[in-house]
Design a protein around this ligand. Structure first.
Ligand code: DP6
Length: 357
């Protein structure tokens, strides 16, 4: 929307987004590729205090701060190379220009290149299992900015990379780091102060367990559902005050590595987000009967003395939070849980370095 509330044309949208890129890159905007290819990895993340609603749709600027933990080895590996024409090979399959994945990825790369190219071949692999109901777009855009940084020789800071990744997908600005990340909403209209900040806490015993109760592709995108809720949910006005209360408590619980504080808070925050969706007119409901069965199971485990809490995103599946010993007991009881160490890092061997075999 412009200042009068009129929708922007696609050209105006591109121009606003490119202005931000130029502001971040400065004189580096003029640089062409400094090498022929680059590769990078980035982890997926799950929010403990959610991002739900934008104050600016074009720049993915959020209404509130949010807080996430990474999913360790689950995420995206990407390699980009200067090529004769644009190509996207995703999980071993070439995507044609009319697919949504191709359009979204190259619209992002177009923010950084002019009419003269370069053309790029993008090979990308998601280590998030497709059915896991974990968004791979966050890790994909984070890996993309890391690749570009190396290819173009920008040498940007993590904070600057996070600002650029946000233009691809809001939650991507939290996927630049392993562990806990605080996304500051920022106040500026150009969003240069809206980026992730790594929280220097390593909590080696913390585990996330992915619980896929419903396979298959998800229905409505989180982008679309979020937009709908901001204007059409009578409960949306409660969201910003709730996050303002939840965030400091979550930050303290992380510092203290206190799951009995963090777990209920993350679960309550996710349920509040879903309450906003359910109350929207028309209603947005990602839950299925299997979701409710799983929620009841989590409650039963707690009644039996297991410290486990859950969070959920824009989908029917659950992500559980538990300490390692509890997590192992949960996997014994529910073998289809997928155990993730949030702090497990993936190292990328840069095959473009001389001498790489
Ligand atoms: C429910 O980051 O996918 O997962 O900025 O429109 O790309 P866009 O949205 P996206 O939304 C994520 C929403 C969420 C909550 C969260 O990750 O904080």
């Amino acid at each position: 929307m412009d200042h009068q509330g009129n929708p922007l044309t696609p050209a105006e949208v591109l121009q606003r987004r490119r202005q931000v890129v130029r502001a971040v890159l400065g004189v580096r905007s003029a640089l062409g590729p400094q090498r022929s290819c680059a590769e990078a990895a980035a982890p997926a993340n799950v929010a403990l205090v959610k991002y739900w609603g934008k104050r600016d749709e074009v720049l993915n600027l959020p209404v509130t701060d949010s807080l996430s933990v990474s999913l360790g080895r689950l995420g995206t590996w990407m390699k980009i190379a200067v090529a004769e024409r644009d190509r996207l090979i995703l999980d071993g399959r070439e995507h044609s220009p009319d697919t949504q994945e191709y359009r979204r990825m190259f619209e992002f790369f177009d923010l950084f290149r002019g009419e003269a190219g370069p053309f790029l071949e993008i090979v990308t692999r998601n280590t998030v299992p497709t059915a896991a109901g974990v968004a791979s777009s966050a890790s994909a855009f984070a890996a993309a900015v890391r690749c570009l940084d190396v290819l173009m020789g920008w040498g940007l800071s993590e904070q600057e990379l996070s600002t650029l990744a946000r233009l691809g997908s809001g939650s991507a600005c939290r996927s630049l780091w392993y562990g806990f990340v605080h996304w500051h909403r920022g106040k500026r209209a150009d969003g240069l102060d809206s980026h992730g900040e790594w929280i220097p806490v390593v909590w080696p015993s913390l585990r996330v367990l992915l619980w896929v109760v419903e396979g298959g592709p998800k229905g409505r995108s989180s982008r679309d559902a979020m937009r709908h809720c901001v204007t059409n949910s009578p409960l949306y006005s409660a969201w910003a005050p709730l996050v303002a209360r939840d965030l400091p408590v979550a930050l303290r619980a992380i510092q203290e590595q206190n799951l009995r504080e963090l777990g209920p808070l993350a679960e309550g925050n996710a349920l509040a987000m879903h309450a906003i969706m359910i109350a929207a007119r028309p209603s947005v409901r990602y839950w299925t009967p299997a979701t409710l069965v799983a929620l009841e199971q989590v409650e039963r485990w707690r009644e039996e003395g297991l410290d486990v809490w859950c969070t959920m995103d824009a989908g029917p599946n659950l992500k559980l939070l538990a300490e390692e010993s509890t997590a192992r007991e949960l996997v014994r009881r529910q073998p289809d849980l997928q155990l993730v160490d949030p702090f497990e890092q993936v190292s990328v061997v840069d095959s473009s370095q001389p001498g790489f075999q």
